[in-house]
Structures are given as structure tokens and as C-alpha cells.
Design a protein around this ligand. Structure first.
Ligand code: AMP
Length: 214
């Protein structure tokens, strides 16, 4: 099943998508992770996009669409994927539907208060990309990833200024993507207000919509 994961920055998309990916043994493809890896490895792509990402602006559509198209053509995606962080513009959504049939769009929803608290407390593993939260999902040892021992850091787009910009970009550019998929009857809202200890309540809602598919 080909699933798109949508929702405001900070709603927990990455955490939920990782959980679903493990549960259904289906890859999670995150454009944010692909971009951060390219920046970390200082590739040509990384150099081109670094400033967009650290400001919290969107990377231009042509670059992003090409990257996703190539990634989804790989063998591991032939039986399905959870696509996290793409599409973020209507142009990207239209392009995606030209090269992949989308079966379901899960739209995670939480209040501004929840979203801001999740963004401010997030820590990410520099090595494997695992996601933590200083209060909701603390690592066993402070600053160290439970899975790979890598160092945890606060993303460069998690300064108050960049967070503000990402939320603005989301409202202006990504909200129309929700309507785009809603009109096609593909989008379902998932209530993501629950704290991480209650992640089952969020996953349960997803499962209802994925039943018989994945
Ligand atoms: P994320 O990890 O999904 O929050 O993405 C982090 C950053 O990567 C975003 O703020 C953008 O700068 C960039 N990015 C991720 N996905 C996209 C996309 N679909 N289109 C454009 N830029 C993106």
C-alpha cells in the first residue's frame, strides 16, 4: 500500500511513520531525512539545499520531486511505502500522482499548543535519525541514542525563528495539499493529541484505515 503521511511540523509525523513502518514492515521514506543526510554528507545536493532547510523554507519543487521519484523507484518500495514529508505543495502532489498511485493519506492533527511543545523539545540522532523528546520520549542516557549510541542534537531548523517560518510555510503551501487529497476521497484525519505513552490510541486509528491494505 502506498501511504502519504501529512500533518503540521511538530505533530509527530516522523515518530508515527517510524512506528507504522516497523509494524507493517514497509519502508518509511522521509524527505526531511534524505535532505538532512545530504547536508551531513556534504553532497552536491546537500550544498544546494542547506540554506532552505535551515531557514525552514521549502526546497524547490523540481529538486524535491526528482529526489522522491528516484527513491520510490527502488526495489524496497515496490510493495508500498509510508511517505513522510512529501508532498508539501500542490505541484508536488500532482507530480506524485503521475508516478505512483496513492492509496491512502493519513493526516495527523493536534492543537498549536501540542505542536509547539513537541517542536521545542525534539532531539534527533545525528547517526540514525531516531527521534526523541526531552519530556515525552527521553533517551535512556541523556544526549545518546538508545538504538545506535549516536549523539542527539537539536535540528538547525528548530530555532524559534525557523519554527515560526515552518509553521507559516505549512499554512500557506501545505494546507492546500490536504484539500487536494480530501477532494479525491483519500485523506483521513488522525487525532494525534495523545502523549507518546498513549501512542496506541493514535496507531489504532491508523490501523482502521490501513486494514486489508498493508
Ligand atoms: P521535515 O523533517 O519533514 O520537517 O523536513 C525538514 C525540512 O526539509 C523542511 O523544513 C524543508 O526545508 C525540507 N523539506 C522536507 N520535505 C520537503 C518537501 N516535500 N518539499 C520541500 N522541502 C522539503
Amino acid at each position: 500500500m502506498n501511504v502519504v503521511i501529512l500533518g503540521s511540523p511538530g505533530v509527530g509525523k516522523g515518530t508515527y511513520a517510524n512506528f507504522l513502518s516497523e509494524k507493517y514492515n514497509t519502508p518509511r521514506i522521509s524527505t526531511g531525512d534524505l535532505f538532512r543526510e545530504a547536508i551531513r554528507d556534504e553532497t552536491e545536493l546537500g550544498k544546494k539545499i542547506k540554506d532552505y532547510v535551515s531557514r525552514g523554507d521549502l526546497v524547490p519543487d523540481e529538486i524535491t520531486i526528482e529526489l522522491v521519484k528516484e527513491r520510490l523507484e527502488r526495489d524496497d518500495c515496490k510493495n508500498g511505502f509510508f511517505l513522510d514529508g512529501f508532498p508539501r505543495t500542490v505541484v508536488q502532489a500532482e507530480a506524485l500522482e503521475k508516478f505512483k498511485k496513492i492509496d491512502k493519506v493519513l493526516n495527523f492533527v493536534a492543537s498549536d499548543r501540542v505542536v509547539l511543545s513537541r517542536l521545542g523539545g525534539r532531539r534527533t540522532c545525528r547517526e540514525c535519525g531516531a527521534i526523541y523528546h526531552i519530556k515525552e520520549i527521553p533517551p535512556k542516557v541523556e544526549g545518546i541514542c538508545d538504538f545506535c549510541g549516536g549523539k542527539l542534537y537539536q535540528r538547525s531548523d528548530e530555532t524559534p525563528q525557523a519554527i515560526k517560518n515552518r509553521l507559516k510555510v505549512y499554512r500557506e503551501k501545505t494546507k492546500p495539499v490536504l484539500d487536494y487529497f480530501r477532494k479525491r476521497g483519500l485523506l483521513v484525519d488522525i487525532d494525534a493529541k495523545y502523549p507518546f505513552e498513549e501512542i496506541d490510541k493514535v496507531i489504532f486509528q491508523c490501523e482502521k484505515h490501513l486494514q486489508g491494505w498493508v
